[in-house]
Design a protein around this ligand. Structure first.
Ligand code: NAG
Ligand code: NAG
Ligand code: NAG
Ligand code: NAG
Ligand code: NAG
Length: 452
Protein backbone atom coordinates (compact mmCIF):
# COMPACT_ATOMS: atom_id res chain seq x y z
CA UNK A 1 0.00 0.00 0.00
CA UNK A 2 2.78 2.33 0.92
CA UNK A 3 5.11 2.10 -2.09
CA UNK A 4 2.78 3.47 -4.76
CA UNK A 5 2.03 6.61 -2.75
CA UNK A 6 5.72 7.15 -2.17
CA UNK A 7 6.46 6.74 -5.85
CA UNK A 8 3.61 9.01 -6.63
CA UNK A 9 4.95 11.77 -4.41
CA UNK A 10 8.50 11.37 -5.73
CA UNK A 11 7.18 11.67 -9.27
CA UNK A 12 5.38 14.79 -8.15
CA UNK A 13 8.59 16.23 -6.66
CA UNK A 14 10.52 15.30 -9.79
CA UNK A 15 8.02 17.12 -11.97
CA UNK A 16 8.13 20.13 -9.68
CA UNK A 17 11.96 20.16 -9.81
CA UNK A 18 11.91 19.89 -13.58
CA UNK A 19 9.44 22.72 -13.82
CA UNK A 20 11.45 24.86 -11.43
CA UNK A 21 14.68 24.23 -13.32
CA UNK A 22 13.28 25.04 -16.72
CA UNK A 23 11.55 28.22 -15.54
CA UNK A 24 14.14 29.48 -13.06
CA UNK A 25 16.00 32.66 -13.79
CA UNK A 26 19.03 31.39 -11.82
CA UNK A 27 21.73 30.97 -14.39
CA UNK A 28 22.70 27.39 -15.31
CA UNK A 29 19.87 25.69 -13.50
CA UNK A 30 17.96 25.42 -16.76
CA UNK A 31 20.54 22.98 -18.13
CA UNK A 32 20.03 20.43 -15.34
CA UNK A 33 16.91 19.09 -17.02
CA UNK A 34 15.48 18.68 -20.49
CA UNK A 35 15.16 15.61 -22.69
CA UNK A 36 17.29 16.97 -25.47
CA UNK A 37 20.41 17.16 -23.19
CA UNK A 38 22.62 14.15 -22.52
CA UNK A 39 23.27 12.92 -18.99
CA UNK A 40 26.92 13.94 -19.31
CA UNK A 41 26.05 17.54 -20.08
CA UNK A 42 23.62 17.64 -17.18
CA UNK A 43 26.25 16.23 -14.85
CA UNK A 44 28.78 18.83 -15.91
CA UNK A 45 26.30 21.63 -15.34
CA UNK A 46 25.39 20.30 -11.92
CA UNK A 47 29.00 20.02 -10.89
CA UNK A 48 29.80 23.51 -12.21
CA UNK A 49 26.86 24.78 -10.21
CA UNK A 50 27.97 23.03 -7.02
CA UNK A 51 31.55 24.19 -7.47
CA UNK A 52 30.50 27.79 -7.83
CA UNK A 53 28.26 27.48 -4.77
CA UNK A 54 31.20 26.09 -2.81
CA UNK A 55 33.43 28.89 -4.09
CA UNK A 56 30.93 31.49 -2.97
CA UNK A 57 30.65 29.79 0.40
CA UNK A 58 34.38 29.89 0.90
CA UNK A 59 34.56 33.57 0.06
CA UNK A 60 31.72 34.33 2.44
CA UNK A 61 33.50 32.35 5.13
CA UNK A 62 36.70 34.32 4.54
CA UNK A 63 34.88 37.61 4.69
CA UNK A 64 33.16 36.51 7.88
CA UNK A 65 36.43 35.42 9.47
CA UNK A 66 38.04 38.72 8.63
CA UNK A 67 35.16 40.62 10.15
CA UNK A 68 35.18 38.33 13.16
CA UNK A 69 38.85 38.85 13.81
CA UNK A 70 39.02 42.57 13.19
CA UNK A 71 35.58 44.11 13.24
CA UNK A 72 37.12 47.51 13.86
CA UNK A 73 38.38 49.59 11.01
CA UNK A 74 40.79 52.35 11.85
CA UNK A 75 40.35 55.43 9.74
CA UNK A 76 42.05 58.76 9.76
CA UNK A 77 39.66 61.50 10.64
CA UNK A 78 39.02 63.94 7.86
CA UNK A 79 38.16 66.72 10.24
CA UNK A 80 41.12 68.34 11.97
CA UNK A 81 40.64 69.00 15.68
CA UNK A 82 41.38 72.56 16.68
CA UNK A 83 44.25 72.71 19.10
CA UNK A 84 42.33 74.70 21.71
CA UNK A 85 39.89 71.81 22.12
CA UNK A 86 42.59 69.65 23.61
CA UNK A 87 44.03 69.48 27.07
CA UNK A 88 47.61 70.48 27.47
CA UNK A 89 49.64 67.44 28.44
CA UNK A 90 51.01 67.02 31.92
CA UNK A 91 54.75 67.37 32.43
CA UNK A 92 56.47 65.55 35.26
CA UNK A 93 59.98 66.58 36.19
CA UNK A 94 62.14 64.60 38.58
CA UNK A 95 65.40 66.08 39.79
CA UNK A 96 68.10 63.44 39.99
CA UNK A 97 69.49 65.10 43.03
CA UNK A 98 67.43 63.88 45.94
CA UNK A 99 69.00 65.53 48.95
CA UNK A 100 69.85 69.06 49.83
CA UNK A 101 73.02 69.07 51.89
CA UNK A 102 71.87 71.90 54.08
CA UNK A 103 68.92 69.83 55.23
CA UNK A 104 70.81 66.62 55.79
CA UNK A 105 74.55 66.36 55.23
CA UNK A 106 74.20 63.04 53.49
CA UNK A 107 77.59 62.77 51.80
CA UNK A 108 79.43 63.56 55.00
CA UNK A 109 77.39 61.23 57.20
CA UNK A 110 77.59 58.40 54.71
CA UNK A 111 81.32 58.65 54.29
CA UNK A 112 81.82 58.82 58.05
CA UNK A 113 79.72 55.71 58.58
CA UNK A 114 81.47 53.87 55.79
CA UNK A 115 84.95 54.64 57.10
CA UNK A 116 84.03 53.78 60.70
CA UNK A 117 82.57 50.49 59.58
CA UNK A 118 85.58 49.48 57.52
CA UNK A 119 88.11 50.69 60.09
CA UNK A 120 86.68 48.33 62.63
CA UNK A 121 86.73 45.47 60.19
CA UNK A 122 88.00 42.25 61.72
CA UNK A 123 87.52 43.39 65.30
CA UNK A 124 84.40 42.52 67.19
CA UNK A 125 84.23 45.96 68.64
CA UNK A 126 83.45 48.72 66.17
CA UNK A 127 82.93 52.24 67.28
CA UNK A 128 80.15 53.83 65.32
CA UNK A 129 79.57 57.40 66.34
CA UNK A 130 76.84 58.03 63.81
CA UNK A 131 73.48 58.08 65.55
CA UNK A 132 70.74 55.61 64.72
CA UNK A 133 68.58 58.52 63.64
CA UNK A 134 71.13 59.49 61.03
CA UNK A 135 71.55 55.90 59.82
CA UNK A 136 67.79 55.65 59.45
CA UNK A 137 67.81 58.79 57.32
CA UNK A 138 70.58 57.39 55.17
CA UNK A 139 68.58 54.25 54.55
CA UNK A 140 65.54 56.30 53.64
CA UNK A 141 67.52 58.25 51.06
CA UNK A 142 69.02 55.09 49.65
CA UNK A 143 65.60 53.84 48.64
CA UNK A 144 66.40 55.72 45.46
CA UNK A 145 69.53 53.74 44.70
CA UNK A 146 68.98 50.46 42.96
CA UNK A 147 72.76 50.27 42.60
CA UNK A 148 73.08 49.97 46.36
CA UNK A 149 70.45 47.52 47.40
CA UNK A 150 71.13 45.16 44.56
CA UNK A 151 74.66 44.73 45.82
CA UNK A 152 74.26 42.07 48.46
CA UNK A 153 77.53 42.60 50.27
CA UNK A 154 76.64 46.20 50.94
CA UNK A 155 77.62 47.13 54.51
CA UNK A 156 74.39 49.10 54.93
CA UNK A 157 72.60 45.79 55.37
CA UNK A 158 74.29 45.51 58.75
CA UNK A 159 72.00 48.26 59.97
CA UNK A 160 68.75 46.55 59.13
CA UNK A 161 67.60 46.81 62.73
CA UNK A 162 67.76 50.62 62.68
CA UNK A 163 64.30 52.08 62.12
CA UNK A 164 63.73 54.37 59.16
CA UNK A 165 62.07 57.75 59.57
CA UNK A 166 58.66 58.38 58.10
CA UNK A 167 59.78 57.81 54.54
CA UNK A 168 57.70 60.12 52.37
CA UNK A 169 57.65 63.03 54.80
CA UNK A 170 61.38 62.79 55.24
CA UNK A 171 62.12 62.58 51.52
CA UNK A 172 59.90 65.58 50.85
CA UNK A 173 61.65 67.41 53.61
CA UNK A 174 65.19 66.91 52.31
CA UNK A 175 64.33 67.22 48.61
CA UNK A 176 65.48 70.22 46.64
CA UNK A 177 63.47 73.30 47.39
CA UNK A 178 60.77 73.34 44.79
CA UNK A 179 61.25 77.03 44.30
CA UNK A 180 64.89 76.30 43.66
CA UNK A 181 64.00 73.73 41.06
CA UNK A 182 61.72 75.96 39.07
CA UNK A 183 62.86 79.50 39.17
CA UNK A 184 60.95 80.58 36.18
CA UNK A 185 57.81 79.31 34.64
CA UNK A 186 55.99 81.35 32.12
CA UNK A 187 53.08 80.47 29.97
CA UNK A 188 51.21 82.27 27.25
CA UNK A 189 47.98 81.91 29.14
CA UNK A 190 47.35 84.28 32.01
CA UNK A 191 47.21 81.50 34.57
CA UNK A 192 49.93 81.38 37.17
CA UNK A 193 52.13 78.37 36.56
CA UNK A 194 52.34 77.53 40.23
CA UNK A 195 48.61 76.96 40.35
CA UNK A 196 49.17 74.01 38.06
CA UNK A 197 52.08 72.48 39.88
CA UNK A 198 51.83 69.45 42.14
CA UNK A 199 54.28 67.36 44.09
CA UNK A 200 54.12 63.76 42.89
CA UNK A 201 55.50 60.49 44.17
CA UNK A 202 56.95 58.33 41.45
CA UNK A 203 59.37 55.47 41.20
CA UNK A 204 62.02 58.19 40.86
CA UNK A 205 61.09 59.63 44.24
CA UNK A 206 59.76 63.13 44.75
CA UNK A 207 58.84 64.74 41.46
CA UNK A 208 56.95 67.79 40.31
CA UNK A 209 54.07 67.62 37.91
CA UNK A 210 52.57 70.38 35.89
CA UNK A 211 48.93 70.37 34.77
CA UNK A 212 47.93 67.03 36.20
CA UNK A 213 44.55 66.19 37.74
CA UNK A 214 44.38 66.27 41.53
CA UNK A 215 44.67 63.37 43.94
CA UNK A 216 40.89 63.34 44.48
CA UNK A 217 40.28 63.02 40.75
CA UNK A 218 43.01 60.45 40.26
CA UNK A 219 42.33 57.93 43.04
CA UNK A 220 39.38 56.35 44.78
CA UNK A 221 39.82 57.88 48.23
CA UNK A 222 38.04 55.08 50.10
CA UNK A 223 40.57 52.38 49.22
CA UNK A 224 43.74 54.44 49.47
CA UNK A 225 45.84 54.70 52.63
CA UNK A 226 45.69 58.08 54.31
CA UNK A 227 49.22 58.24 55.66
CA UNK A 228 50.53 60.42 52.86
CA UNK A 229 49.40 61.93 49.61
CA UNK A 230 50.52 60.87 46.17
CA UNK A 231 49.66 64.20 44.62
CA UNK A 232 49.91 67.34 46.62
CA UNK A 233 49.27 70.90 45.53
CA UNK A 234 52.39 72.97 45.21
CA UNK A 235 51.33 75.65 47.67
CA UNK A 236 50.73 73.58 50.75
CA UNK A 237 51.53 76.41 53.12
CA UNK A 238 49.03 78.86 51.70
CA UNK A 239 45.41 78.09 51.12
CA UNK A 240 45.19 75.23 48.68
CA UNK A 241 44.64 76.54 45.23
CA UNK A 242 41.57 74.94 43.79
CA UNK A 243 42.32 74.30 40.19
CA UNK A 244 39.30 74.26 38.00
CA UNK A 245 40.31 73.19 34.57
CA UNK A 246 43.36 71.84 32.91
CA UNK A 247 45.25 74.07 30.56
CA UNK A 248 44.44 73.83 26.89
CA UNK A 249 47.01 73.03 24.30
CA UNK A 250 47.20 76.44 22.75
CA UNK A 251 49.58 77.48 25.45
CA UNK A 252 53.30 77.65 25.41
CA UNK A 253 54.99 76.89 28.65
CA UNK A 254 58.54 77.62 29.55
CA UNK A 255 60.25 76.28 32.63
CA UNK A 256 63.65 76.97 33.94
CA UNK A 257 64.81 74.21 36.12
CA UNK A 258 67.91 75.18 37.97
CA UNK A 259 69.82 73.57 40.76
CA UNK A 260 72.35 75.21 42.95
CA UNK A 261 75.04 72.63 42.84
CA UNK A 262 77.01 73.58 45.86
CA UNK A 263 74.35 72.31 48.19
CA UNK A 264 73.34 69.24 46.31
CA UNK A 265 74.37 65.77 47.32
CA UNK A 266 74.26 62.77 45.12
CA UNK A 267 71.97 60.27 46.76
CA UNK A 268 73.85 57.23 45.62
CA UNK A 269 77.48 57.74 46.52
CA UNK A 270 80.18 55.70 44.85
CA UNK A 271 77.91 52.81 44.02
CA UNK A 272 76.25 54.05 40.93
CA UNK A 273 77.73 56.44 38.52
CA UNK A 274 74.68 56.58 36.29
CA UNK A 275 72.88 58.99 38.50
CA UNK A 276 73.87 62.41 37.46
CA UNK A 277 72.69 65.82 38.35
CA UNK A 278 70.12 66.43 35.71
CA UNK A 279 66.43 65.86 35.45
CA UNK A 280 64.14 63.22 34.12
CA UNK A 281 61.15 64.51 32.24
CA UNK A 282 57.99 62.75 31.22
CA UNK A 283 55.23 64.19 29.09
CA UNK A 284 51.95 62.38 29.53
CA UNK A 285 48.19 62.70 29.59
CA UNK A 286 46.90 64.65 32.62
CA UNK A 287 44.90 61.62 33.75
CA UNK A 288 47.88 59.26 33.66
CA UNK A 289 49.86 58.67 36.82
CA UNK A 290 53.50 59.14 35.81
CA UNK A 291 55.81 56.14 35.72
CA UNK A 292 59.26 57.21 34.65
CA UNK A 293 60.70 53.76 34.44
CA UNK A 294 58.85 53.09 31.21
CA UNK A 295 60.03 56.11 29.32
CA UNK A 296 61.50 59.47 30.08
CA UNK A 297 63.68 62.15 28.61
CA UNK A 298 66.91 62.80 30.41
CA UNK A 299 67.97 66.37 30.62
CA UNK A 300 71.38 67.21 31.93
CA UNK A 301 71.92 70.36 33.83
CA UNK A 302 73.33 72.55 31.13
CA UNK A 303 70.78 71.76 28.50
CA UNK A 304 67.74 73.38 27.05
CA UNK A 305 65.00 71.12 25.89
CA UNK A 306 62.54 72.24 23.28
CA UNK A 307 59.70 69.86 22.69
CA UNK A 308 57.19 70.01 19.90
CA UNK A 309 54.17 67.82 20.54
CA UNK A 310 52.08 66.09 18.00
CA UNK A 311 49.02 64.62 19.65
CA UNK A 312 47.65 61.36 18.31
CA UNK A 313 44.05 61.15 19.33
CA UNK A 314 42.34 57.80 19.19
CA UNK A 315 38.57 57.88 19.36
CA UNK A 316 36.24 54.94 19.13
CA UNK A 317 32.70 55.26 17.94
CA UNK A 318 30.16 54.35 20.62
CA UNK A 319 28.46 51.84 18.29
CA UNK A 320 31.43 49.55 18.85
CA UNK A 321 30.47 49.14 22.49
CA UNK A 322 28.32 46.13 21.55
CA UNK A 323 31.42 44.24 20.49
CA UNK A 324 33.56 42.58 23.11
CA UNK A 325 36.58 44.51 24.31
CA UNK A 326 38.87 41.75 23.04
CA UNK A 327 37.51 42.22 19.54
CA UNK A 328 37.79 45.95 19.43
CA UNK A 329 41.05 45.86 21.41
CA UNK A 330 40.21 48.72 23.72
CA UNK A 331 38.19 49.49 26.84
CA UNK A 332 35.60 52.16 27.31
CA UNK A 333 36.06 53.95 30.63
CA UNK A 334 33.44 52.06 32.62
CA UNK A 335 34.27 48.58 31.34
CA UNK A 336 37.41 47.85 33.30
CA UNK A 337 37.17 49.47 36.73
CA UNK A 338 40.49 49.77 38.48
CA UNK A 339 40.84 49.37 42.17
CA UNK A 340 42.82 52.49 42.95
CA UNK A 341 42.43 54.72 39.93
CA UNK A 342 39.23 56.46 38.97
CA UNK A 343 40.07 56.80 35.30
CA UNK A 344 40.86 53.86 33.12
CA UNK A 345 43.81 54.17 30.81
CA UNK A 346 46.48 51.74 29.83
CA UNK A 347 49.24 53.29 31.91
CA UNK A 348 47.20 53.43 35.10
CA UNK A 349 46.12 49.84 34.55
CA UNK A 350 49.70 48.72 34.03
CA UNK A 351 50.83 50.54 37.15
CA UNK A 352 48.08 48.88 39.16
CA UNK A 353 48.99 45.54 37.66
CA UNK A 354 52.60 46.06 38.65
CA UNK A 355 51.47 47.04 42.13
CA UNK A 356 49.39 43.88 42.46
CA UNK A 357 52.26 41.79 41.19
CA UNK A 358 54.77 43.45 43.50
CA UNK A 359 52.51 42.92 46.49
CA UNK A 360 51.98 39.27 45.60
CA UNK A 361 55.68 38.69 45.11
CA UNK A 362 57.21 40.81 47.86
CA UNK A 363 54.48 41.31 50.45
CA UNK A 364 55.16 45.03 50.33
CA UNK A 365 55.18 47.79 47.72
CA UNK A 366 57.30 50.77 46.74
CA UNK A 367 56.21 53.96 48.48
CA UNK A 368 55.13 55.53 45.22
CA UNK A 369 52.69 52.74 44.44
CA UNK A 370 49.06 53.12 45.43
CA UNK A 371 48.29 50.97 48.45
CA UNK A 372 45.64 50.33 51.05
CA UNK A 373 45.88 50.75 54.80
CA UNK A 374 46.79 47.09 55.14
CA UNK A 375 49.73 47.08 52.74
CA UNK A 376 53.10 48.17 53.96
CA UNK A 377 55.93 49.97 52.20
CA UNK A 378 59.06 47.93 51.58
CA UNK A 379 61.93 48.65 53.92
CA UNK A 380 65.39 49.46 52.63
CA UNK A 381 66.60 45.87 52.85
CA UNK A 382 63.55 44.65 50.91
CA UNK A 383 63.67 47.33 48.28
CA UNK A 384 65.42 45.05 45.77
CA UNK A 385 62.22 43.03 45.52
CA UNK A 386 59.95 45.68 43.92
CA UNK A 387 62.85 46.47 41.65
CA UNK A 388 63.17 42.85 40.55
CA UNK A 389 59.39 42.47 40.27
CA UNK A 390 59.32 45.25 37.73
CA UNK A 391 61.90 43.46 35.65
CA UNK A 392 60.18 40.09 36.01
CA UNK A 393 56.82 41.46 34.92
CA UNK A 394 58.48 43.12 31.96
CA UNK A 395 60.01 39.83 30.87
CA UNK A 396 56.69 38.05 31.28
CA UNK A 397 55.12 40.66 29.08
CA UNK A 398 57.58 39.89 26.32
CA UNK A 399 57.00 36.18 26.64
CA UNK A 400 53.26 35.70 26.46
CA UNK A 401 52.59 32.03 26.57
CA UNK A 402 48.85 32.24 27.09
CA UNK A 403 49.15 30.14 30.21
CA UNK A 404 50.40 33.10 32.18
CA UNK A 405 47.26 33.91 34.07
CA UNK A 406 48.73 36.86 35.91
CA UNK A 407 49.01 39.07 32.88
CA UNK A 408 45.71 37.89 31.51
CA UNK A 409 44.03 38.94 34.72
CA UNK A 410 45.57 42.40 34.43
CA UNK A 411 44.40 42.69 30.88
CA UNK A 412 45.50 46.24 30.24
CA UNK A 413 44.19 47.13 26.80
CA UNK A 414 44.39 50.74 25.66
CA UNK A 415 41.49 53.02 26.49
CA UNK A 416 39.06 53.60 23.65
CA UNK A 417 39.65 57.29 23.68
CA UNK A 418 43.19 58.21 24.40
CA UNK A 419 45.83 60.67 23.38
CA UNK A 420 49.42 59.80 22.72
CA UNK A 421 52.00 62.44 22.15
CA UNK A 422 54.64 62.15 19.52
CA UNK A 423 57.56 64.22 20.64
CA UNK A 424 60.02 66.09 18.57
CA UNK A 425 62.88 66.95 20.80
CA UNK A 426 65.66 69.44 20.37
CA UNK A 427 68.35 69.54 23.00
CA UNK A 428 71.00 72.14 23.11
CA UNK A 429 73.36 73.33 25.74
CA UNK A 430 73.49 76.78 27.20
CA UNK A 431 76.72 76.91 29.04
CA UNK A 432 76.90 80.61 29.86
CA UNK A 433 73.67 80.49 31.76
CA UNK A 434 74.85 77.53 33.76
CA UNK A 435 78.13 79.26 34.46
CA UNK A 436 76.30 82.19 35.97
CA UNK A 437 73.79 80.12 37.87
CA UNK A 438 76.04 77.56 39.46
CA UNK A 439 78.38 80.18 40.88
CA UNK A 440 75.69 81.34 43.26
CA UNK A 441 74.01 79.35 45.91
CA UNK A 442 70.53 80.72 45.81
CA UNK A 443 68.25 82.75 43.67
CA UNK A 444 68.47 85.62 46.14
CA UNK A 445 72.23 85.68 45.84
CA UNK A 446 71.99 85.70 42.09
CA UNK A 447 69.50 88.52 42.11
CA UNK A 448 71.57 90.49 44.58
CA UNK A 449 74.56 90.23 42.27
CA UNK A 450 72.58 91.27 39.28
CA UNK A 451 71.29 94.37 41.05
CA UNK A 452 74.68 95.60 42.09
C1 NAG B 1 78.82 68.62 55.57
O1 NAG B 1 79.77 68.20 56.53
C2 NAG B 1 81.11 68.48 56.17
C3 NAG B 1 82.01 67.93 57.26
O2 NAG B 1 81.57 68.32 58.53
C4 NAG B 1 81.31 69.98 56.06
O3 NAG B 1 82.63 70.25 55.65
C5 NAG B 1 80.33 70.51 55.03
O4 NAG B 1 80.43 71.91 54.97
C6 NAG B 1 78.91 70.12 55.41
N1 NAG B 1 78.03 70.57 54.36
C7 NAG B 1 76.97 71.33 54.61
C8 NAG B 1 76.19 71.77 53.45
O5 NAG B 1 76.66 71.63 55.74
C1 NAG C 1 86.67 48.12 72.34
O1 NAG C 1 87.39 49.24 71.87
C2 NAG C 1 87.81 50.13 72.88
C3 NAG C 1 88.46 51.34 72.23
O2 NAG C 1 88.48 51.26 70.86
C4 NAG C 1 88.77 49.39 73.80
O3 NAG C 1 89.18 50.26 74.84
C5 NAG C 1 88.10 48.16 74.37
O4 NAG C 1 89.00 47.41 75.13
C6 NAG C 1 87.55 47.29 73.25
N1 NAG C 1 86.78 46.19 73.84
C7 NAG C 1 86.92 44.93 73.40
C8 NAG C 1 86.05 43.93 74.07
O5 NAG C 1 87.65 44.63 72.50
C1 NAG D 1 43.24 53.74 57.63
O1 NAG D 1 43.61 53.78 58.98
C2 NAG D 1 43.27 55.00 59.64
C3 NAG D 1 43.80 54.94 61.05
O2 NAG D 1 44.54 53.82 61.31
C4 NAG D 1 41.76 55.16 59.62
O3 NAG D 1 41.42 56.40 60.23
C5 NAG D 1 41.29 55.17 58.19
O4 NAG D 1 39.89 55.24 58.15
C6 NAG D 1 41.74 53.92 57.46
N1 NAG D 1 41.41 54.06 56.06
C7 NAG D 1 40.83 53.11 55.36
C8 NAG D 1 40.58 53.39 53.94
O5 NAG D 1 40.54 52.05 55.86
C1 NAG E 1 58.83 31.89 28.22
O1 NAG E 1 57.88 31.21 29.05
C2 NAG E 1 58.02 29.80 29.07
C3 NAG E 1 56.89 29.23 29.90
O2 NAG E 1 56.58 30.01 31.00
C4 NAG E 1 59.40 29.46 29.64
O3 NAG E 1 59.58 28.06 29.66
C5 NAG E 1 60.48 30.11 28.78
O4 NAG E 1 61.75 29.87 29.35
C6 NAG E 1 60.25 31.61 28.71
N1 NAG E 1 61.21 32.20 27.79
C7 NAG E 1 61.95 33.24 28.13
C8 NAG E 1 62.86 33.77 27.09
O5 NAG E 1 61.89 33.75 29.23
C1 NAG F 1 44.60 44.37 41.53
O1 NAG F 1 44.09 43.63 42.62
C2 NAG F 1 42.82 44.06 43.08
C3 NAG F 1 42.45 43.25 44.30
O2 NAG F 1 42.81 41.94 44.17
C4 NAG F 1 41.79 43.90 41.97
O3 NAG F 1 40.54 44.37 42.39
C5 NAG F 1 42.25 44.72 40.77
O4 NAG F 1 41.38 44.54 39.67
C6 NAG F 1 43.65 44.31 40.35
N1 NAG F 1 44.08 45.23 39.31
C7 NAG F 1 44.51 44.81 38.10
C8 NAG F 1 44.91 45.85 37.14
O5 NAG F 1 44.59 43.64 37.81
Amino acid sequence: MKTPTKRKSSVKVGALFEEYCSESSVHGVRFFVGNQRGACVKLIWVSVFILSLAGCGMMIQQAYNKWDRTPVIVTLSEVPTPVWDMDFPAITICPEIKVLNTKYNFTHEFEALQSQWYQGKGTTNRTITITDESIGKMKAIMHHCSGIYKYEGNFMFNFNHVPEPNLVDFLKDVALDRRGVFTMCSSTSDARCNDYMQVTLTNEGICYSFNMISQAEMFHPDVLQDEYQYLEPWDTDGATVERGELLKVAVMVKFSAVSYLRNAANACPSFSAQRGRGYRVLIHEPTVYPDLSKRNIRLSLSQTLTVALKPNIMMTSPELSKYSAQKRQCYFGHEHPLRFFRRYNQDNCELECLTNYTLARCGCVHFSMPRTNGTRVCRFEEEHCPYDARGALFIRKQNRTGTDDYLLRCDCLPACSSVRFDLQITQDSHTEEREVRTRFETLEELQARLQM
